[in-house]
Design a protein around this ligand. Structure first.
Ligand code: CP
Ligand code: NVA
Length: 327
């Protein structure tokens, strides 16, 4: 398998074999890290991390993975560079390509990261756009594989706003890897119809299933993974909270829903999560709408069925795999 010099912009650009290879590479790196085996295969190389939105997991994962691989890192924060204000994406791509061996980009429209990749002569990695979050899916799939020993045939239900990066990327990833994927949301929150059509075709080849359900109790029957994400994503106006809460409250992951799922069901979330009122936004929204949590109940989040922190750790191992495979 040779992925050298490839960009990692969205899972649609990769075959199921290539995705499997990245997961195997990540598992191998994880093992090495646990055993204290050095893997500084890219000494002397340097990467740039462009973040136009904030991050904990993705930034830390890229930085630690790069250091483990022997590389230098420059972090460009949402305000600390000329990008967008004084310099176009095309010019930035050509400047950074001359200095760095790889570029990570987190920001708004998918077309921006695609433009960056078009003008860059070094690999570009998508660290999240409004439309896709492909490195998150690799971490999720590694975690599912570790939990159930396989991906193909796993029944995964996504509850909540399914029009954004997480549900879009899960739809593609599940379609490629033979997963039985169900979106559970009010109809107006279903993913883009064109993307679903593309994924239905992929599903025919892999044996995956893609289905839709508006009733959460029905949706979670036999489900092995209940997955959710925040109801308002980065970059969206805080004014949409009221409508989202009204529409999505029945889709909150509750203990009752976990009990209605398969006996071995686990809870997953890309994080950060509003499972209590111990965050700035969680507290102000919770108090305003008289809620003690948003997309997931604290009892579920803190339960032994919750694998969210393994999922978060796996961001680092999978991002390392993406960089090592493409550099
Ligand atoms: N899941 C995820 O991408 O987290 P960060 O926003 O903290 O990077
Ligand atoms: N949908 C979320 C994912 C965060 C990792 C967002 O874009 O804010």
């Amino acid at each position: 398998m040779n992925l050298k010099n490839r960009d990692f912009l969205k899972l649609l650009d990769f075959t199921s074999e290539e995705i499997e290879y990245l997961l195997d590479t990540a598992a191998d790196f994880k093992e090495k890290k646990k055993n204290g085996q050095p893997h500084r295969y890219f000494e002397g190389k340097n990467i740039a991390l462009i973040f136009e939105k904030t991050s904990t997991r993705t930034r830390c994962s890229f930085e630690v993975a790069a250091h483990d691989l022997g590389m230098g890192v420059t972090y460009l924060d949402p305000t600390g560079s000329q990008i967008g204000q004084k310099e176009s994406i095309a010019d930035t791509a050509r400047v950074l390509s001359g200095i760095y061996d790889g570029i990570e980009y987190r920001g708004y429209g998918q077309e921006i990261v695609e433009e960056l990749a078009k003008y860059s002569s070094v690999p570009v990695w998508n660290g999240l756009t409004n439309e896709f979050h492909p490195t998150q899916i690799l971490a999720d799939f590694l975690t599912i594989r570790e939990t159930f020993g396989k991906l193909s045939g796993i029944k995964l239900v996504y509850l909540g706003d399914a029009r954004y990066n997480m549900a879009n990327s899960l739809t593609v990833g599940c379609a490629k890897m033979g997963i039985d994927f169900k979106v559970c949301a009010p109809e107006k929150y279903f993913p883009d119809a064109q993307l679903v059509k593309t994924c239905q075709k992929l599903a025919e080849q892999s044996g995956a299933k893609i289905s839709f359900e508006t009733d959460p109790q029905k949706a979670v029957k036999d489900a092995q993974v209940l997955y959710t994400d925040v109801w308002v994503s980065m970059g969206e106006s805080s004014e949409v909270w009221e409508e989202r809460i009204k529409d999505l409250l029945p889709y909150r992951v509750t203990q009752k829903l976990m009990d209605a799922a398969s006996k071995d069901a686990v809870f997953m979330h890309c994080l950060p999560a509003f499972h209590d009122l111990k965050t700035g936004i969680g507290k102000s929204i919770g108090e305003k709408f008289s809620l003690d949590c948003l997309e997931v109940e604290d009892a579920v989040f803190e339960s032994d069925r919750s694998i969210v922190f393994s999922e978060a750790e796996n961001r680092m191992h999978t991002i390392k795999a993406v960089m090592a495979a493409t550099l």
